[in-house]
Design a protein around this ligand. Structure first.
Ligand SMILES: [Zn+2]
Length: 284
């Protein structure tokens, strides 16, 4: 089922096309092996999602043209930070993650070429912030650049809670086995603090999974979770949250195919647009 919504405000529409729809993007993304297109220089006015399947929560039509997120607040937590690599003592400080003590933060992983997860996470966050802002949302981020240290993972949860965001997403990329591919969406497990947002977080995860499969070339993980979903009780951001949230491992940085995608701006924008589609669906 293809859908075409949202007239572009200026320039060409940005189009995301899934497996079941025709690829109609204006300007090829140039992604090797891609069967989807994401215009990298087009306008921001339209998002067309080619998701198939039965109508339901995860397949509602979305468009950013009507500013569907006006009045809503969305949190983005780009995992890690560029300065963590040179401030080991700070990030090794122990914090309580809701169930156990753990390090304040970590450096994150990197591709074999040395492209860091912290940089990837921040770039997708910047792209996502632009799309969400165009859709009318106010965006809260846990870090403003890729040059700082931290904040600690418990503090990142506190930022989202105190800002009373309507939903939040943490952006990461994994350091998995070299032959493993794909994205995994990590979801909270009830621990008291997060009890009220377990159900909504699962719905958000479903919407993100649907949008990632329809709007990006990244498959669901073949080594982490089931069908791209996994519940986790060892992450501060999920244990301490009081807002609907999930953490996405967008791909496996240690896999050559995934790594080449992660380093490409068109793919990063594709991920941001898929997450935007999911967040609009979730909040509408
Ligand atoms: Zn990470």
């Amino acid at each position: 089922m293809g859908r075409a919504l949202g007239a572009a405000a200026a320039g060409s529409a940005v189009i995301l096309s899934g497996c079941s729809g025709a690829a109609l993007g204006v300007g090829s993304a140039g992604i090797p092996g891609s069967h989807a297109s994401a215009g990298s220089s087009g306008g921001k006015g339209g998002i067309v999602d080619g998701a198939g399947g039965a109508p339901g929560h995860g397949t509602r039509q979305v468009s950013i043209a009507g500013r569907p997120l006006a009045g809503l607040v969305v949190g983005i937590d780009p995992g890690h930070n560029g300065g963590n690599f040179t401030h080991q003592a700070i990030i090794d400080r122990q914090i309580w993650n809701g169930r156990a003590w753990e390090n304040c933060n970590t450096t994150g992983t990197a591709t074999d070429d040395g492209y860091t997860e912290a940089q990837f996470n921040f770039q997708v966050a910047v792209d996502l912030r632009a799309d969400l802002t165009a859709a009318g949302a106010r965006v809260v981020m846990t870090r403003a650049s890729n040059n700082g240290v931290g904040p600690c993972v418990n503090q990142r949860a506190a930022i989202m809670n105190s800002a009373h965001v309507n939903t939040a997403i943490a952006i990461h990329a994994d350091g998995g086995p070299p032959d493993g591919r794909g994205f995994a969406i990590l979801e909270p497990i009830a621990d008291g603090t997060n009890d009220a947002v377990i159900g909504p977080s699962a719905l958000l995860g479903d919407d993100i999974r649907t949008a990632m499969l329809a709007g990006t070339v990244m498959p669901a993980s073949n080594y982490d979770g089931v069908n791209g979903l996994k519940a986790r009780d060892d992450l501060a951001g999920l244990n301490l949250t009081q807002v609907p949230t999930v953490l996405i491992e967008v791909a496996n940085m240690r896999n050559a195919t995934d790594a080449s995608l992660l380093m490409s701006a068109p793919f990063q924008q594709q991920v941001a647009r898929a997450l935007t589609v999911a967040i609009i669906r979730f909040l509408q």
